[in-house]
Design a protein around this ligand. Structure first.
Ligand code: SF4
Length: 260
């Protein structure tokens, strides 16, 4: 990319963040997507079934993917300098933005970075991350790098405490920008913090899981956080049920019987 285009991109991204910040300051917490519903799922109740492209993405798709990558990089550099949450900015090792394919259909959304993530700068890399990778790869038959993984907030709360409502609100423009750039068809919320913040509800996770929600044209399913599953292994079966629902909605082949 030449310097002029890079500058334009940087300006556009900065303007996007500023706009989101201004809206946020005036109490706006959600934006309607200006793009057409990516899956058409909200209207039709069924997901578009993109066939796997064995030859790889077309040149146009590759270019679009590169644009999204650059746009995400711009937002990530804003996040890296962010000090909106004074305590988190002071205590973090680094910000943890997100990782994966910017052209993906599926985003996994967690709560906040933990100690391992804070150290490595990547979401879901500890024991819980290994379990999420198993869910994606062994359970869904995808590769971890084929989805996008992000958190509700981008800095580790000290002692892994639950992020406050203010911290989640402070970080919301960055999450909105990520989703706006990626334009996923599906979001899988991992745990109550992700689900309640995305869907603006106080309902417990037990009442949110097992069904789909519409979030600005994106099909959203909520399930237990992998860290919770590690603490309470009896929830594993419920997570697998939710993941099977997601796979069916995405048009992925669901194994008839599987004991996980
Ligand atoms: S959690 Fe988000 S809003 Fe708060 S300091 Fe980190 S990047 Fe900024």
């Amino acid at each position: 990319m030449d310097n002029a285009r890079r500058t334009d991109r940087s300006r556009a991204s900065g303007a996007l963040i500023q706009t989101l910040e201004s809206l946020h300051m005036t109490g706006v917490t959600h934006l309607r997507r200006s793009v057409s519903s990516p899956a058409g799922a909200a209207e039709s109740g069924s997901a578009s079934k993109r066939k796997p492209d064995r030859k790889g993405p077309s040149p146009g798709a590759r270019a679009a993917g590169q644009d999204r990558e650059r746009a995400l990089d711009e937002v990530a550099s804003q996040v890296a300098q962010c000090t909106r949450c004074e305590e988190l900015a002071r205590t973090r090792t680094q910000t943890v933005f997100g990782v994966g394919d910017p052209r993906t259909r599926l985003v996994f959304m967690g709560e906040a970075p933990g100690a391992d993530e804070d150290r490595q700068g990547e979401p879901f890399v500890g024991r819980a991350g290994k379990l999420l990778t198993d869910i994606i790869e062994k359970g869904m038959g995808l590769r971890r790098q084929d989805v996008y993984i992000l958190n509700t907030i981008k800095c580790r709360p000290p002692g892994n405490r639950t992020p406050s409502a203010t911290e989640a609100a402070n970080c919301r423009p960055y999450l909105d920008a990520q989703l706006d750039i990626i334009q996923p068809q599906f979001i899988c919320c991992l745990g109550a913090v992700a689900a309640q913040n995305l869907l603006a509800t106080t309902a417990p996770l037990g009442k949110l899981r097992g069904r789909f929600f519409d979030y600005q044209g994106i099909r959203v399913i909520c399930t237990y956080h992998p860290a919770y599953v590690l603490r309470y292994p009896e929830t594993k079966r419920k997570v697998w049920e939710d993941i099977q629902m997601l796979m069916a909605e995405m048009g992925l082949k669901v194994p008839r019987r599987r004991d996980r």
